[in-house]
Design a protein around this ligand. Structure first.
Ligand code: SF4
Ligand code: SF4
Ligand code: SF4
Length: 380
């Protein structure tokens, strides 16, 4: 909506200025409390107090500025994966897209209009960093990993872009960029289709005790990060307050998302309205967006998509806009558990080989750079 866009544009401008002033005034980098670092042995957990979010997207801008340059551009032409019905996914010419998750956009903000006392809600979305992540347990190549501090990340040097992580993720978070990564050095037309990307909770920064960029940039202090136990207590207290303010004292679980979903996550959202209402509004919005964006295919026109026709579920799952409904613990599913047990040794071996190839690739690049430097030196 133009009104909305201009309001957000205004907010963004004002916030960038405020953030710049704040950054200028800061004595140094924000440092995580010692207890929140990996060495504490406790997982890091974030709490997002949605009642404070104004939807300015300074967090999105900060994430993109830091991490978009780390996602490589694909080779052209991108090799057609096998079998040929497997689609090439290329977001490299759409790096500006920031209203959904893409390989070049690890975070986006949902802007919801609601009926009732709370008329709008803004929801930053990215990987939930599950406590027991299926994307990690079920990655056949051991490319998706969970650190001791709970951060779940995908190793770009090992991932072949098969998208198993996206399929098994209840929110379908990881996004694929074809034409990049290890598979190009193997048999690109027979195996692999790029690399999967998602929020890695600013692992390189967090490992040094620094704050994730999106948290640092937020003018409203919507997010906080710290040891899981403390953060769970904080989220519960905030949810209790939210329930009481909404006239439903004691019903705090309805105002907290992420504590039990998929067996528990290290991303806890607290909302001033129940998540059942939030999810219903998101669903409506996502259907509307799918009907506007989806290419009309035979037997599945835009009208059908809008009515919830065949294929809509798949389209919504592919759309990079996760819902906020109840989610069962996927690693309690016996099928997934058996698969994880079968995959574990193979994944370990594959990861080892991948690292070897990744190392060889890095060495090759370094030698090539050195050779070019030497050539330049010889010419001057
Ligand atoms: S939200 Fe999805 S991608 Fe993120 S850790 Fe959980 S399963 Fe993995
Ligand atoms: S934690 Fe880091 S990578 Fe994840 S959304 Fe925030 S800025 Fe982006
Ligand atoms: S989380 Fe903070 S930076 Fe992000 S949109 Fe909300 S208020 Fe803005």
């Amino acid at each position: 909506m133009p009104k909305d866009i201009s309001r957000r544009g205004f907010l963004k401008g004002g916030v960038s200025l405020a953030a710049g002033v704040a950054a200028g005034m800061a004595a140094g980098p924000l440092v995580l409390p010692g207890a929140a670092q990996a060495a504490s042995g406790q997982e890091l957990c974030t709490v997002l107090d949605l009642g404070k979010c104004i939807g300015c997207e300074a967090c999105v801008d900060a994430c993109r500025a830091e991490w978009q340059p780390t996602v490589p551009d694909p080779v052209k032409p991108i090799p057609q994966p096998f079998p040929s019905r497997v689609p090439i996914e290329d977001w490299s010419s759409r790096k500006d897209v920031q209203d959904r998750l893409t390989p070049y956009n690890f975070l986006y903000v949902e802007h919801l209009e609601l009926e009732g006392k709370v008329s709008e809600l803004h929801i930053p979305r990215r990987c939930m960093h599950c406590v027991n992540p299926p994307c990690t347990s079920l990655c056949p190549f051991g490319a998706s990993r969970q650190e001791k501090n709970g951060v779940v990340h995908i190793d770009q040097d090992i991932c072949l872009g098969g998208a198993k992580c996206k399929t098994v993720c209840p929110w379908h978070i990881p996004q694929r960029q074809s034409g990049v990564g290890l598979y190009l050095n193997l048999l690109p037309t027979l195996a692999g289709n790029g690399v999967m990307f998602k929020c890695h909770r600013c692992l390189p920064l967090v490992s040094q005790g620094k704050q994730p960029r999106c948290i640092e940039a937020c003018p409203q202090k919507v997010q906080s990060i710290g040891p899981r136990q403390e953060q769970v207590a904080k989220a519960q207290a905030l949810a209790e307050q939210a329930a009481a303010a909404d006239g439903r004292p004691g019903q705090w679980r309805d105002y907290l998302y992420g504590l039990e979903e998929n067996g528990g996550t290290n991303t806890l959202y607290v909302s001033p309205v129940p998540f059942a209402k939030v999810n219903a509004a998101l669903h409506e919005l996502h259907i509307q967006q799918a009907s506007q964006e989806a290419p009309a295919k035979a037997g599945q026109g835009r009208g059908q998509a809008a009515k919830g026709g065949k294929g809509l579920g798949r389209r919504l799952a592919q759309a990079g806009r996760p819902p906020m409904g109840p989610v069962a613990n996927s690693m309690e599913n016996p099928e997934n558990l058996t698969l994880a047990l079968a995959i574990a040794p193979v994944a370990g071996l594959a990861a080892g080989l991948g690292r070897l190839f990744g190392g060889a690739r890095k060495l090759g690049r370094a030698l090539e750079a050195r050779r070019q430097d030497a050539d330049k030196g010889g010419q001057s």
